[in-house]
Design a protein around this ligand. Structure first.
Ligand code: BES
Ligand code: ZN
Length: 594
């Protein structure tokens, strides 16, 4: 069997069937009350004949090709995959599908004026398998297509429509009723990167190829925070080759956004928590930018190869930060990721899911969202760094450029990556570094290099000695967070209170640092929760929707019956602010605890 006959277990598409090459997308109406949008997708295929599309919760209103109806059938829904839509692609190779979405769509977050800064705000988020809830498509990262999109929004809200696309073609008032905006994406992208956002957005130009989009109250601060994007892009280009997608715009979402960032080509999404004024948010920006090469240009062939997106991206992010911040600060940044990785590994062990610490876990029958962890990120990055240190930076950089070049605008499997490594460095190197163990065995191999830096040493020493640093020791924000993360657990309540008294952590403006403190506080005293901290946790859980923050906080609460009761109470009112995928995740945490 060659890879091209291999089915993606997370899609109904069967290899050999007609594949989508281009999408023309008309998003016609938004019903903000019912949380429903209606749209038409004109799908162009590479040939005629029967093919399968992925949908989830879509109501299919009409299917036609040219001016004739097209034979089609909708299967019964599958719990993980959604509903298979089979169509018989006619000779003209274009199938048009008119449809409406479900209010429960897993890939759309609808926000009312309260959450959207005074106007309705709606956006999509497709990764991993949620694009099918807002567009009928071949929802597998092994297929790439170009796209042209038209979005109409009601005139009265004066909304802006953004699409992850390199060219804004036009914006016009139509029939004095709607604003119609048109976007073109000439670069082929996988379905999970298809995205749009509408809202009361404003923008600031930060370079000839970048602007920052955000709600009016944060747009200036966001433009200031991300003003060095051009410098970061140039560092990326020096390392990995010309920026592949024309423009690089950034969209700052409301705090309900469930991720730190999402690498939509030409339009990275970013959480507003990155607007810190202290520069610490650049780490995440560098990550999303790095995806332009690793993930968006060369894409994981299926979700079992997710480590081919995230591992090289963390490696590339660190390489960019090494130039931008210097080596030692970049190490501190990676040490924070290592800590997240270790917590995830401990949780895999506790839940008897050690196999999830494999880079290729083979979890074909579950939704990739439900096994999300830092394993593909950190272990993937350590793998590349292990090779880099062995063969030397110069040779490894050459290899990575060749890899990106050969698979540009294509998708790749782990086997192809190992094949490329073998071809470039020889079988002996691959065997010596135990590349197969790295990909196919659980845990972190013992040839993984340690992360070291004097900036880590001082923090580690203070943490081990339970010494509270003075405010004027010159630590960076990431060092302050790392200190909190490295403090030996569980801490005593007295120490948690002393930390706050010395460092004012409950009023800490940096969200990452405040979050680390809240998690440590909930974990203190073996769960004998300090009552004073609960109002802070309550506010945090009501105002932040990033899953990285929610999961450990809900987990910590769920560890004791009293905490669990509190968590249920908070979730009941906070969940209307959460993204559907975040709601599902918190539900799973609370259910498991019950
Ligand atoms: N592509 C991911 C976000 C994602 C992963 C969304 C899987 C849906 C499914 C993005 O690039 C990412 O990795 N974000 C990280 C950034 C961090 C590593 C700096 C995040 O959100 O934490
Ligand atoms: Zn990523």
């Amino acid at each position: 069997m060659t890879f091209s006959d291999m089915r993606d277990p997370h899609s109904f598409y069967v290899p050999g069937q007609p594949r989508i090459t281009h999408i023309e997308w008309f998003i016609d109406t938004f019903d903000f009350k019912r949380k429903v949008m209606t749209a038409t997708a004109n799908l162009t295929f590479d040939k005629s004949g029967y093919t399968n599309l992925d949908t989830r919760g879509l109501e299919i209103l009409d299917v036609w090709g040219g001016d004739s109806p097209v034979e089609s059938s909708l299967d019964v829904p599958h719990a993980m995959l959604g509903t298979k839509l089979s169509v018989n692609v006619p000779e003209g190779k274009v199938v048009s599908i008119e449809y409406s979405t479900s209010p429960e769509a897993s890939g759309i977050q609808w926000m009312d004026a309260k959450l959207g800064g005074g106007k309705p705000f709606v956006y999509t988020q497709g990764e991993a398998i949620n694009a099918r809830s807002y567009i009928p498509c071949q929802d597998t990262p092994s297929i790439k297509q170009t796209m042209h999109a038209h979005i109409s929004t009601p005139k009265r809200f004066k909304l802006r429509s953004l699409v992850a696309a390199s060219e804004h073609v036009s914006r016009a008032l139509c029939n004095n009723k709607t604003y119609d905006e048109e976007w073109d994406m000439p670069y082929p992208i996988p379905s999970y990167l298809i995205a749009f956002a509408i809202g009361g957005l404003e923008s600031r130009e930060v370079s000839h190829r970048s602007r920052v989009w955000a709600l009016p109250d944060v747009v200036d601060a966001a433009a200031e925070e991300f003003k060095d994007i051009e410098r970061l892009m140039q560092i990326g280009e020096d390392l990995f080759g010309p920026y592949p997608f024309g423009r690089y715009d950034m969209l700052v979402l409301p705090p309900a956004f469930p991720y730190g960032g999402m690498e939509h080509p030409c339009l990275s999404y970013l959480t507003p928590a990155l607007i810190t004024g202290d520069g610490s948010g650049i780490g995440t920006l560098a990550h999303e930018l790095a995806h332009s090469w690793t993930g968006n240009l060369v894409t994981n062939w299926n979700w079992d190869a997710f480590c081919l997106n995230e591992g090289p991206t963390v490696w590339a992010e660190n390489r960019i930060l090494e130039v931008y911040w210097g080596f030692d600060a970049a190490q501190v940044h990676n040490k924070l990721l290592e800590r997240e990785f270790e917590i995830d590994c401990a949780s895999c062990r506790k839940r008897n899911e050690w196999y999830l610490t494999k880079l290729a876990p083979g979890a074909d029958d579950v939704d990739p969202d439900s096994i999300f962890s830092r394993v593909p990120y950190f272990k993937g990055e350590r793998l590349l760094t292990t090779i880099e240190q062995y063969v030397g930076r110069e040779r490894f950089d050459e290899f990575m450029r060749a890899w990106l070049d050969i698979y540009a605008f294509k998708s790749a499997t782990i086997e192809m990556f190992i094949g490329a490594l073998t071809g470039y460095f020889g079988q002996e190197v691959v065997d010596h570094l135990r590349i197969h163990e790295w990909f196919y065995e659980p845990g972190l191999p013992d040839n993984s290099p340690a992360i070291t830096s004097p900036l880590i040493d001082v923090v580690e020493k203070a943490a081990n000695e339970l010494r509270i640093p003075a405010n004027d020791e010159g630590w960076s924000t990431e060092q302050r967070q790392l200190y909190l993360e490295l403090l030996p657990r569980p801490l005593s309540r007295e120490f948690i209170i002393a930390l706050d008294e010395a460092l004012d952590l409950r009023s800490e403006p940096n969200i990452e640092v405040r979050w680390s403190y809240l998690v440590a506080a909930l974990d203190a005293d073996h769960g004998g929760i300090w009552p004073d901290i609960l109002p802070d946790v309550d506010v945090f859980l009501h105002t932040q929707g990033r899953m990285k923050y929610l999961k450990p906080l809900y987990n910590a609460l769920a560890a004791t019956p009293k905490g669990l009761a509190f968590a249920h109470k908070v979730f009941k009112t906070a969940k209307k602010n959460y993204h559907p995928v975040a709601t599902k995740m918190v539900n799973a945490v609370l259910q498991e605890a019950a």
